[in-house]
Write a protein that binds this ligand. Structure first.
Ligand SMILES: Cc1cc2nc3c(=O)[nH]c(=O)nc-3n(C[C@H](O)[C@H](O)[C@H](O)COP(=O)(O)OP(=O)(O)OC[C@H]3O[C@@H](n4cnc5c(N)ncnc54)[C@H](O)[C@@H]3O)c2cc1C
Length: 636
């Protein structure tokens, strides 16, 4: 039986990481050359890890299903990245960033990890500036900042609405240097389909070449997964179409515990659903809430054009309910509040949307200033909707966006499979039950540039065995299982498409494991998901061949995993008899309709061990709060 050991170092929170780094074992430079590390994923977490580990001297094999590392989903990040530089002199500090993040996550994250994150946040900015990342600067030439939800200081560094892209270009240039130096072997268009575990340790992977369909085996001393989040389980989300859960799910089935799967983030500022055949929800960055004001009509069913609704008939509901934070309340609160007014029938035009209005900001600052800050986001909005947000308010509504849950890792970012490390959005991370805006880029880069380079050495120093031969049974067996899975999928030849079933799964999750959850509907969801899984295996139609470029097969393999993961999300949500952050159980709310935590019974990370399909064992990592006082979150 695996016992959870978070390996949080002893001592005062400010000294934990410094002392830990000193106590970690080192691998000397000559020995580093003897190790091969497989990194899966080339987003911000994977690219930064691969480049840094190669720079240290390790041999890296990097796999990504994209045709170029530059296409990782991280490129889509718009708004910015947090750091506690306090350039604005507005009261920020490492401690405040730590505090805001623990509070923002509704006290369901690990204090020690969050403190380390805040501590290295400043190094990230220095590193990226040195790489030439063109962060926005103010008139005097200094780095500029803006505000994001859940904070009363301005600590978000940004590059217009393209922060992820610019950060990724920085990381990829470091990566390219190592590819050129022969330290990173980059394998694009390869999808990880299984982890190989030998004597309880991660010792390799099985991948599928997405162009030829060839399945191959790869051996390593350690495996790093940086494969992103699983919000696409909802079918409609703001994630890139290709983002998926396969890597972490297959690792889960090989022994890696899955933590807090029900902690999903529904982002408040996305374009509303506009039709039946939509495949994606577009994000409008949270940074827009710096200057945009959110409102709906005071009257239900008001179909007037927003410009015709007079000021005194508008309800700026976030400003009314949360005067201290106003439009910059954290995402979970802003999303739930939008749902509330829509449920009252007061949505924009009577539908599922609310207004995000820049009229006052344009009057105050001028159109040029708004264009300077948000120009490309306004362009995206106009291109998609055909409406000009300089002249009328945007229409927005929450959409699945980010997953705080993920593979459980200890302080060293190692999963419950020794030798398997998990970085970025793929781990259960530092965000508790709700991630604050601009903190994911910070966490991915912290993990890749500043944490894993230290912690992986500690593991490798004690595991010096030679690379394993891929002719071993464990490799052959893993490969054969994948070949069997593919043959089975191609042989069903039913009548329903993969997307049709995925869409149905997404609807179950959105309505029953979405912004509001309750016992009755969660139980229904569990039943419906397992029935849908049966239906998939009886009636799906996967066309094309195994040994060819076959996107239908790729999608089918991912939906196989979603159909299992979704059930665990619902079970986790059912188990957690409290409301916290993005997990809102209707039965557990305060008189004012806010999330009501149950710290006595649920101040733990739920880490699920896979037993069989539809069957898991729950392990609990108790969370202790020695530095931040547990309190009812208030943004009023
Ligand atoms: C539209 C949008 C805007 C956002 N804006 C912000 C923002 O402004 N600030 C912020 O902090 N956060 C933002 N986020 C969140 C943030 O972008 C992500 O959490 C973060 O980029 C994830 O980085 P990652 O490296 O963990 O994963 P990703 O960037 O998703 O990279 C995953 C990598 O893994 C590879 N991969 C995955 N599975 C496999 C497999 N089975 N085999 C091989 N390769 C695989 C992919 O090819 C890819 O290279 C935003 C998210 C979205 C959706």
């Amino acid at each position: 039986m695996v016992k959870l050991d978070s390996k949080i170092p002893a001592g005062p929170i400010q000294d934990k990481w410094t002392n830990h780094k000193f106590n970690l074992k080192l691998v000397n430079p000559a020995n580093k050359r003897k190790y091969t590390i497989i990194v899966v994923g080339a987003g911000l977490a994977g690219a930064s890890a691969a480049a840094t580990l190669a720079e240290l001297g390790y041999n890296i094999k990097l796999f990504t299903y994209h045709d170029s590392s530059r296409r990782a989903h991280s490129i889509a990040a718009q708004g910015g990245i947090n750091a506690a530089k306090n350039y604005q002199n507005d009261g920020d500090s490492v401690y405040r960033l730590f505090y805001d993040t623990v509070k923002g996550g509704d006290f369901r994250s690990r204090e020690a990890n969050v403190y380390r994150l805040a501590e290295v946040s400043n190094n990230i900015i220095d590193q990226c500036v040195a790489q030439g990342v063109p962060f926005a600067r103010d008139y005097g030439g200094n780095l500029d900042n803006r505000s994001f939800g859940g904070a009363q200081v301005s600590r978000t560094f940004y590059a217009k609405g393209q922060t992820g892209q610019q950060l990724l270009l920085g990381a990829i240039s470091a990566l390219n240097r190592q590819i050129g130096a022969g330290k990173v072997e980059e394998k694009t268009r390869y999808e990880l389909v299984d982890i190989v575990v030998v004597d309880g340790h991660a010792r390799g992977v099985i991948v599928r070449n997405l162009v030829t369909g060839e399945i191959s085996r790869h051996s390593a001393h350690a495996v790093v997964l940086a494969t992103g989040g699983y919000a696409n389980v909802y079918f409609l989300s703001t994630n890139a179409m290709n983002s998926n859960a396969t890597a972490i799910w297959r690792a889960h089935k090989k022994g890696a515990f899955f933590a807090n799967p029900c902690f999903t983030q529904i982002h408040p500022t996305c374009l509303p659903v506009h039709g039946e055949n939509q495949s994606k929800r577009a994000l409008m960055s949270e940074s827009l809430r710096n200057d945009g004001r959110i409102w709906v009509s005071k009257t239900a069913g008001d179909k007037r054009h927003p410009n015709d609704i007079p000021e005194n008939e508008r309800d700026y509901y976030l400003e009314r309910k949360y005067p201290s934070f106003g439009n910059l309340t954290p995402r979970d609160i802003a999303s739930r509040s939008a749902k509330e007014v829509v449920d009252e029938g007061r949505g924009a035009g009577g539908g599922e949307a609310v207004y995000l209005d820049f009229k006052d900001a344009i009057n105050r600052l001028g159109k040029d200033a708004i264009e300077e800050k948000y120009g490309n986001l306004f362009e995206i909005y106009e291109t998609i909707t055909g409406k000009n947000p300089y002249n009328e308010p945007m229409m927005i509504y929450p959409a699945p966006h980010y997953t705080m849950g993920g593979l459980w890792v200890d302080y060293n970012l190692m999963s419950t499979i020794p030798g398997l490390f998990v970085l970025g959005e793929a781990n259960f991370s530092d965000h508790g039950a709700n991630r604050l805006g601009a903190s994911a880029l910070m966490q991915g880069l912290a993990d890749g540039y500043f944490v894993i380079p230290y912690t992986i050495g500690n593991y490798l120093a004690e595991h010096r065995d030679p690379l394993l031969d891929t002719d071993r049974n464990e490799f052959k067996e893993a490969e054969n299982n994948i070949k069997d899975l593919i043959s089975k999928l191609l042989s069903i030849n039913g009548s329903r498409t993969v997307d049709e079933i995925h869409k149905e799964l997404g609807q179950i999750l959105w309505h029953k494991v979405g912004m509001a959850r309750e016992e009755k509907t969660l139980k229904e969801a569990i039943k419906e998901i397992s029935e849908l899984r049966e239906e998939f295996w009886k009636n799906v139609k996967v066309v094309g061949k195994a040994d060819d470029l076959n996107q239908n097969l790729e999608r089918a393999m991912r939906v196989v995993d979603y159909l299992e993961l979704a059930e665990l999300m619902a079970k986790d949500a059912l188990n957690r008899e409290e409301s916290c952050g993005g997990h809102f159980r209707i039965e557990h709310q305060t008189e004012e309709g806010e999330a009501k935590r149950n710290d006595e019974e649920f101040a733990y990370t739920a880490a699920w061990e896979f037993d069989d399909i539809g069957k898991w064992n729950l392990h609990k990592e108790e969370l202790t709060f020695e530095n931040v006082k547990l309190s009812q979150r208030s943004y009023k």
